[in-house]
Design a protein around this ligand. Sequence first.
Ligand code: T1G
Length: 690
Amino acid sequence: MSNSVSVANDSGVAIVTIDNPPVNALSFHVREPLMQALVALRDDASVAAIVIACAGRTFVAGADITEFGKPVLQPDLRAIVAMLETIAKPTVAAIHGTALGGGLELALGCHFRVADAGAKLGLPEVKLGLLPGGGGTVRLPRLVGAVKALRMIVSGAPIGAAEAHGAGLVDAVFEGDLVTHAVNFAREIARKGGPFTPVHDRNDGLKETDLAAFDAEAADLARRARGLEAPIACAQAVRNAVTLPFDEALAAERALFVKLVAGDQSRAQRHLFFAEREAAKLPGKDTPKRRIARVGVIGAGTMGGGIAMAFANGGFPVTLLETSEEALQRGLGTIDRNYAVSVSRGSLTEEAKRQRLSQFKGSTDYADLAECDLIVEAVFEDMAVKKEVFGKLDAVARPGAILATNTSYLDINEIAGSISRPQDVLGLHFFSPANVMKLLEIVRAGKTAPDALSTVVDLARRIGKVAVVVGVCHGFVGNRMLAARGSESEALLLEGATPSEIDKAFTDFGWPMGPFQMGDLAGLDIGWRNRKARGLTAVIADTLCEQGRFGQKTGRGFYLYEAGARAGVADPEVEALIRDKAAERGIEPRAICAEEIIERTLYPLVNEGAKILEEKIAARASDIDVVWVNGYGFPIGKGGPMFWAGLEGAARIVERLEYWHQRTGKDVFKPALLLKRMAETGSWEAEATD
Ligand code: T1G
């Protein structure tokens, strides 16, 4: 046998073991020997039953995503599953770790599935812009019912072994030596005798399908798809399982899969899958890491409290420091309330809440930070205040402790240069709410030690964050590009576009909300304070803030919010204010189309990303995509700003930027050299053309 598939025999029960690190993906070099082994075992009269198991940390985690977009090498997964279902003797999948995508579909080709108690099972293809292409949309409903299958496949979320057992997806759950349990299970099944019904012929899960209820749920899921094709296709394929004969439903699944896998949205989402993993890779892969046992957080406000929760949620004891007992108790109270909300929503148990709260230790004395291995400050966004905090840390923190600032804008090199150990200083730029948002910009300062950097990159993964390492500049990657995206917002308003028209251009593009909706949600006073600190103005937004119109929290911002409403409505007063300010500037309003709005907001976004790459503030274009998808809601079906530039056409972007640059003279429209090069070569890799 090949080294990817081996066969053992335990007194008449064959054990087929797949061994394809790191996640036993069903690569061609697994499929070919697997098919050969199964055919041989099917025809071997001395074999009473077959167990399929995996070596390493998990059962098959899916098809090999790196093979998509290339010619399919036979046998493909569908052929293996179809052959499995011709085997008369009992076949049993022994699932540990995760059985995902094609892995679960392989298991669905078996008569039975047994799982380790800690195993997870799911069909996450929708997250790659796909649908299960190995028969999962037709077989899963036959075991768990159409509605549960619909929810699993459209969400892509895995379920645990116990839930899978309760739903009829697995036949037994075991603790301990899974393969031994699976062999004994198979032997007992064989002893009792067949016939053994393949999932293909089991319709118990479909019989009582309430198609009207199914369609209502599918329609609701479609409304939330926000332009993504895969969720719609998933729902259609599961519906086919209910309404069509097996083979027709299977053929329809295949047709939908072939269309999706070749489409831009799936290419974009597969790009993001690998981009997130690439972003966490540092040069010098084996740099030693420092030991982090306890984390200190300075500041128990919105950011500090959220950061403290992020670490506590990741299992770290946290020392939370505030300037006064009153401020500390207020911060701890907010944290308690946040966990209470999770408990009320059912996403956290009372016990887990108690356990997490037990990890917090409050203090108002810097000396208590001496026991921390990583200290993150989240104090007021002012350089003098930050330097004062770092000065105290320099005195009390133990040697080798990593000293991190959560600043959004300030120069971390200047902060590092103000203390005796710049090698221990870096930025951990969390996004609010820090206990929820996935993105973490890790800012590498000029003198940050490599082991300090590798330590926090690994830590980010352990607390469930998506880390991107960025360099020092104003606003790092995300906020610097956000400023470029918003630089024309006021001009567009004054020239005649309403807040609603601009926001609609964004939501039609696939953003969860537009810039003015976002501003009202976050609070217009935050930007106002930043602009004043930097001596900048924004005539409309400043005027609104001077009138106390901070957005949702005051019931009025760019929009009006009826009592408690989340969605605002257009406000004639705001539109009159815009007209007045335009008139004061002699600007004659005109109709502005969505295309122009996109050109004057998202093209500068891409252009700034190109400048960031030129300055090596980001190591890869895909890192920028990871920042924008995970930190700002860039539509995943477009892959992030830099991937989208390829879809949109970099040459067109350059041409339109040059037009707006000539018309306005604004630097934000001056095409970056790297963008021009990308337009010629199709690649963001600068050296690709050197
Ligand atoms: N194919 C190829 N490589 C994969 C892979 C896959 N399916 N899954 C993971 N890798 C690589 C990954 O890029 C990384 O590589 C390494 O393995 C460790 O992954 C026909 C069409 C299983 C939960 O979507 O969710 O089946 O960076 O860092 O955090 O219907 O990997 O080390 O070089 O994520 O422990 C469906 C995707 C595929 C599951 C483990 N399956 N994988 O998480 O490790 S489509 C999925 C995951 C399909 C069929 C359809 C996670 C994991 P490198 P990792 P992890």
